[in-house]
Every structure is written in C-alpha cells, then in structure tokens.
Design a protein around this ligand. Structure first.
Ligand SMILES: NC(=O)c1ccc[n+]([C@@H]2O[C@H](COP(=O)([O-])OP(=O)(O)OC[C@H]3O[C@@H](n4cnc5c(N)ncnc54)[C@H](OP(=O)(O)O)[C@@H]3O)[C@@H](O)[C@H]2O)c1
Length: 257
C-alpha cells in the first residue's frame, strides 16, 4: 500500500484529493490547521475505504508547521509516495490594499512551504527511485492577476524546473493549474463570485480525476478541462494589455471590509 500526504486536506480541492486517493486504496497523511475537521475526515475515510489516515495539524504559514510536515516526509520508516502541496488561500484586496504581513504569509504558504516540503519528500523518493509530487498552482499563473497569480507562477516555474532536474530519477513532479473551482476559497477570501460566469466553474472531484490521470501520463503542467485548455490557448496569443484588463477583474470583486 502506498501513502499520500495532502496539505489543505480539510476542504475543497485537497479534500477531493483525499477522497479519490482513499477510494484508490492509498493510506493518507492529512495536513491542515483545523484538527477537529482533520480527525472527522480521517475517521470517515478510514470507515468508508478501510485505509489508514493520519492527522497532522500544522500551520504552513509558520516555520514550526512547515518543520513538522518536513519531519513526517523525511521519515524513512514510513515513506510518503505522493505529496500533494495544495494548501493555499487568497487575500482580500488588490495590491497595496493588502497588508505586507498578509502578502508575506501568502508567499510562505504558496512558495516557501511548497519548496521545503517538495525537497523533504523528493530526497527519499529519489533514493527509492519512485514517487510523485503535485503542486497545486492555478491558471492565474499565466495571466496578470495580482500577487496571488505571481505566487502561482512561481509554483509552476519551480515545479517545471525541478521536474527537469529530476528527469530519469523515477520521481514525477507536476504543477496542477485549475480554473475557478467551487470550494471554500472565495468565501474565505471575502471575494464575491457573481461576476464569474457559470460555465467557468469546475467540480473539485472531476478536477482531481483529471489531475491524477495527467500525473500518470508524466505531464509536468496540468490544465484540466477543455474549457480552460482553450482559454489558455487564447492567452498565449492575446495582447498582454487586453489580457490584464480582463483577468485582473474576473472573480476579484471584494465584499465590504
Ligand atoms: N478554488 C479555486 O477556484 C482555485 C483555483 C485555482 C487554484 N486554487 C488553489 O487550490 C488550492 C486549494 O484551494 P481550495 O480552493 O480547495 O480552497 P479551500 O476550500 O479554502 O481549502 C483550503 C485548504 O487549505 C488549508 N489551509 C489554508 N491555509 C493553511 C495554512 N496556513 N496551513 C495549513 N493549511 C492551510 C485549509 O484548511 P485549514 O483552514 O483547516 O488550515 C483548507 O483545507 C489553493 O492552493 C488554491 O490557491 C483554487
């Protein structure tokens, strides 16, 4: 039996990864801050699928939280075969409206934690000659979309570069770039969603099925769903100025502070 460690496993895309991987018979290490929610989820997945689900409470915006997960990933007696770096969030507001402390917290969770956890996991995977890492980025990585998009661009570039450096080692790395997904993300960030057209929304469970298929195919960047594949094709040829005008507005309507 293999083991997968998922960060941000209590909600949205991370919870969908947990459901899918448990159904496929993988043991799980579930990481997030809300211990009670993690425990409930671990019990449910164990009861439904007969897998072992460990709970690891950690705040990935802190050094202590990142260190705790690094330690688990480095445990050679209980190897982790698949790491899903999924934890993330959006800040409420545009550039200069968000405090520098909140901007830096985002970089800590989206970039530093992803860098450190990937390194901690891949060291052992390389020795064993097999393993996988999915780093959840976003299609926002490819368009002008505030500091959030910039942090996700880093995730894509980092993952592609590391995948190239590890080619032939048996370890696969893939950046997953979803479009809008119905999760807790927008509500937590205080973002209104009424200016996002219905056809742009993706389902988290279907997204995860596509993502795991793409990982199996050896892709280093996955943009699930034909709608977003077509949109990203247009992004490559659209004038940058026009693109910035459209993409920096869509889905960035912030409610009252
Ligand atoms: N939803 C979208 O439209 C969309 C689109 C593209 C990419 N994404 C990306 O997908 C990933 C998952 O987002 P989602 O939409 O599933 O959001 P979500 O429903 O809000 O879930 C976020 C998860 O991350 C955890 N988390 C947040 N901050 C954390 C921290 N400091 N330490 C540890 N865990 C933390 C949360 O659990 P706790 O609160 O218990 O810690 C929760 O389990 C993110 O990286 C996001 O940027 C989302």
């Amino acid at each position: 039996m293999t083991t997968a460690l998922i960060t941000g496993a209590t909600a949205g895309i991370g919870a969908a990864f947990a459901r899918r991987l448990a159904a496929q018979g993988h043991n799980l290490v579930l990481v997030a801050r809300d211990t009670e929610r993690l425990r409930d989820q671990a019990t449910e997945l164990h009861d439904r699928h007969g897998i072992e689900a460990e709970v690891l409470s950690a705040d990935l915006s802190t050094d202590g939280g990142i260190e705790a997960v690094e330690k688990r990933l480095g445990d050679r007696r209980h190897p982790v075969d698949l790491l899903v770096n999924n934890a993330g969030f959006g800040n409420k507001g545009r550039f200069l409206e968000v405090s520098m402390a909140d901007e830096l917290t985002m970089l800590k969770v989206h970039c530093e934690a992803v860098l450190r956890l990937t390194a901690a996991a891949v060291a052992g995977m390389k020795e064993r000659g097999r393993g996988g890492v999915v780093n959840v980025a976003s299609v926002a990585a490819f368009v002008p979309r505030g500091t959030y998009g910039a942090s996700k661009s880093w995730v894509v570039q980092f993952t592609q570069g590391a995948a190239r450096d590890l080619a032939g080692s048996g370890v696969r790395l893939m950046a997953l770039c979803p479009g809008f997904v119905r999760t807790e993300f927008h509500e937590r960030a205080g973002m209104g969603t009424d200016n996002i057209p219905g056809w742009m929304w993706l389902d988290a469970d279907k997204l995860v099925v596509s993502a795991l298929e793409d990982l199996g195919r050896g892709k280093t960047v996955s943009v699930p769903d034909p709608r977003y594949k077509a949109l990203m094709g247009l992004v490559k040829i659209a004038p940058r100025g026009l693109l910035g005008g459209v993409t920096s507005r869509t889905g960035r309507k912030y409610g009252p502070r």
